[in-house]
Design a protein. Structure first.
Length: 451
């Protein structure tokens, strides 16, 4: 597909990298010449220096032939204007990044009236990701598949875990839990494991199951399965407001520490059910006085990465709380991962991922049988959802008899709305949806998984 990206910041550059890798024809537009040069050279895409809201600039970028224009500059109104002009000039699909909370209650109206395909709010998206993680405090990452019937969680094996030194084929018999572990990340290595694979301490494992069976799994691990009942949030920015509103609706006690007294007054007005504390969270005495040791969840959510990292490390040293750390700069993710900061949220990366999912859905509707596609573990693993149609050669054959390619595993099957973990004797029927996990890329049909 031909895609135009307006804005070469973190979101725009991430989109350019991912989408060019997937074979799309990408053009980036930005008024900052050096950024355009850097992105063009790094990802081998066409770059234009200019105002993305200019009809002439969009025309030069080929908007009349474009399938999609994505506007992800730092200015909401500019993004909306870019999309409006693209719709009028080229009739293409459009996606706008809109961050201002003022527009949050008007998103439906704006999307419909301007003819937008999608509106993405980075702060709201990040807050939803945080809230999802807080529902499963023991998980580093939480996602859903099969129309939310299946949970996908990432869990790090600690030294006291019953999984230590256990072979995967022994897990069902010893722990009596019906989950699948299709991905293991060990250091720099990512593995689609077989039954003889032995789990070790510090492995990051991906667990797939229904929500009920996921809860049962964590109970067997001796880990908390209920959502955090109280939370301490550092920083009173927009993301904190979105997060606090969601948690308060869930009955969670919310405490926000903010150093700006004027902002505290605004927060108290916007969040009357939350406890707003005026104080400097970099002062450890403030954190201790406000109950850091006893809190069940701690979110470092300031606008400064270094401060968030420092606060999380301090909280980790004193508390057993679920830790969430917001980080803006994605260039240092390898170093950050080595610090074991709990669940790390990259708002701009999350924004890019949501846009990329939409782009894949567009492409898939044109030339493949994939219902949904996700990439995990730094894009080294693909999770694909296929709808099984009439006359598929895999229908009616037990999975144990299917000859799958190496590093391919069928994770779960949804049959008539009921999800089951795939086992050797499972049989796929017409109309089923099948989740397939692989380290191979480029599959467009489930038959591509067969030898």
């Amino acid at each position: 597909m031909k895609i135009i990206i307006v804005g070469c910041g973190n979101v725009g550059s991430t989109l350019a990298e991912q989408l060019s890798t997937e074979g799309h024809d990408i053009t980036v537009i930005d008024m900052r010449e050096q950024l355009v040069k850097d992105v063009s050279a790094a990802y081998d895409v066409l770059g234009l220096v200019g105002n993305g809201a200019s009809f002439n600039v969009q025309s030069e970028a080929g908007v009349e032939q474009a399938d999609l224009l994505v506007a992800v500059t730092g200015a909401d109104e500019l993004n909306l204007l870019c999309c409006l002009i693209a719709r009028k000039a080229g009739g293409c699909h459009t996606i706008a990044r809109v961050s201002n909370p003022v527009y949050s209650s008007e998103i439906g109206f704006i999307k419909e009236e301007l003819g937008l395909s999608m509106i993405i709010n980075p702060q709201l998206t990040a807050a939803r990701e945080m809230a999802r993680m807080l529902k499963f405090p023991s998980a580093l990452k939480v996602d859903t598949f099969a129309k939310s019937r299946s949970e996908l969680l990432v869990y790090r094996i600690d030294e006291d875990s019953p999984l230590c030194n256990m072979k995967l084929k022994e897990m069902s018999m010893k722990l009596h839990c019906d989950v699948l572990i299709p991905i293991v990340e060990r250091g720099e290595q990512v593995v689609i494991p077989g039954g003889d694979f032995t789990l070790l301490e510090k492995d990051n494992i991906t667990v797939i199951a229904t929500q009920a069976k996921t809860i049962d799994f964590f109970k067997k691990m001796g880990k908390p399965t209920a959502a955090a009942r109280d939370i301490m949030i550092i920083g009173g920015g927009i993301t904190s407001i979105y997060l606090a509103k969601q948690l308060l609706q869930m009955g969670v006690k919310v405490k926000i520490i903010e150093r700006d007294i004027n902002r505290c007054e605004e927060l108290a007005e916007m969040l009357p059910k939350a406890m707003i504390i005026h104080g400097d969270a970099t002062d450890k005495d403030v954190l201790l006085e406000e109950g850091l040791v006893e809190t069940e969840a701690f979110v470092a959510n300031t606008n400064f990465d270094e401060e968030n990292i420092m606060l999380t490390l301090f909280a980790k040293s004193l508390s057993k709380a679920k830790l969430i750390t917001k980080v803006h700069r994605i260039a240092y993710d390898d170093i950050i991962d080595s610090l074991d900061l709990g669940s790390v949220i990259y708002p701009k990366y999350i924004t890019a991922v949501h846009i990329i999912k939409y782009v894949r859905a567009m492409k898939n509707s044109l030339d493949s049988n994939i219902e949904t596609l996700y990439r995990l573990n730094d894009n080294r693993v693909e999770v694909l959802e296929f709808l099984i149609k009439d006359n598929s050669p895999i229908v009616g054959i037990p999975l144990v008899d299917l000859k799958l390619k190496p590093n391919v595993i069928i994770g779960c099957i949804t049959h008539k709305g009921r999800l089951e973990i795939a086992r050797g004797q499972s049989v796929i029927a017409v109309g089923d949806t099948v989740i397939l996990i692989t380290t191979q890329t480029g599959m467009h049909d489930i038959l591509d998984a067969l030898k």
